[in-house]
Design a protein around this ligand. Structure first.
Ligand SMILES: NC(=O)c1ccc[n+]([C@@H]2O[C@H](COP(=O)([O-])OP(=O)(O)OC[C@H]3O[C@@H](n4cnc5c(N)ncnc54)[C@H](OP(=O)(O)O)[C@@H]3O)[C@@H](O)[C@H]2O)c1
Length: 306
């Protein structure tokens, strides 16, 4: 594994992390603790120390799987990133909750589910600018930082060119940006990444496999089960993405190379990107995803130096 400094948080993170939206049951599978453990065990074996989860991947369900694993596997060795701002009701149904009181309540629920007394990175979960611009919310969160319940604050921007929230990060003491970035969607390169570099924000590239489409295993016309979030994607947009993936596979991916491995390494080459957080369905995917470090050279501005 290779490690980088998550911007000014100074956290040492593996460049391949694990996204765990999948544990919440919205990707066509309901997970058991044993299945979640197998993914996290494989991550640990391969030197991965970064896990991204959220309050609404199930009703704190993904956090709860991770918390139970952490109880048996040295919590202090991991960097746990979770989020606030939503309440999960049932599959694909959430409501938003941004008042300072609601946010503190969510923090306590996340700590309980994660079975820990601190969160390494607590992220504003893709909320609107009006919610982000509430200073009272950030004041309350910064008090929780002082109290030691949160080590660092971050922002997961919804639209991946949200320059408003990215530019305002340092002002509210948000030290990392989570953003959709992959070979099919390069929008952050234009405005978001330059200000991340200028402010020394850590950057977590989410959806780095374009929801799995960039793995190359789906062909144009692919259909998904209705319990899989991809069933809800716009059909025409998915068709175009899958056609573009075929072109990329032929013209850009070296022959014989696993395309998921290639796609993750592609994201990690940008000087603003600290780590990728691919969602993983099983331990084999963790192994392939971790192997993309072989394609990443060590001349990145955030390379970890002991
Ligand atoms: N608003 C937010 O803050 C927000 C929103 C979205 C995601 N996220 C975070 O970002 C993480 C990653 O995003 P994502 O899970 O939506 O998309 P993603 O990482 O682009 O795609 C994940 C999917 O790709 C497939 N996959 C993974 N590794 C593979 C491999 N080696 N070979 C072939 N297929 C592979 C799996 O699905 P199949 O095997 O079924 O194809 C997996 O569920 C999430 O888990 C979550 O932690 C945050």
């Amino acid at each position: 594994m290779k490690y980088r400094r998550l911007g000014k948080t100074e956290l040492k993170v593996s460049i391949i992390g694990i996204g765990t939206w999948q544990f919440g049951g919205e990707w066509g599978l309901d997970y058991s603790q044993k299945e979640a453990d197998a993914i996290l065990d494989k991550a640990k074996d391969l030197g991965i120390n970064l896990i991204d989860t959220a309050e609404c991947y199930g009703d704190h369900l993904s956090e709860s799987f991770i918390g139970s694993y952490m109880q048996r596997n040295n919590r202090q060795d991991w960097v746990l990133a979770t989020k606030f701002g939503h309440h999960f009701h049932e599959r694909f149904k959430r409501t938003e909750e941004w008042t300072p009181q609601e946010v503190v309540k969510q923090l306590e629920a996340s700590l309980l589910a994660l079975k820990t007394d601190y969160i390494d990175l607590y992220q504003f979960h893709s909320g609107p600018d009006e919610a982000f611009d509430n200073d009272e919310m950030w004041n309350v969160l910064n008090k929780q930082v002082e109290a030691g319940k949160i080590r660092h604050l971050g922002t997961s921007i919804g639209k991946n060119d949200n320059i408003h929230q990215t530019e305002a990060s340092s002002k509210v003491n948000s030290q990392a940006i989570q953003v959709v970035y992959n070979r099919l969607d390069r929008a952050p390169e234009e405005r978001v990444f330059p200000t991340c570099i200028e402010q020394d924000l850590g950057v977590l590239a989410r959806v780095p496999l374009a929801s799995g489409y960039l793995s190359g295993k789906y062909k144009p016309g692919a259909v998904f089960d209705e319990t899989d979030v991809r069933h809800r994607h716009d059909r025409e947009a998915t068709l175009q993405k899958l056609q573009e993936v075929e072109r990329i596979e032929q013209q850009e991916v070296p022959q014989g190379m696993d395309m998921a491995k290639w796609a993750l390494a592609w994201c990690l080459k940008h000087p603003a990107v600290t780590a990728v957080i691919p969602g993983c369905k099983n331990a084999d995917q963790v192994t392939i995803n971790a192997s993309s470090v072989d394609l990443v050279s060590t001349n990145h501005p955030q390379d970890w130096k002991d």
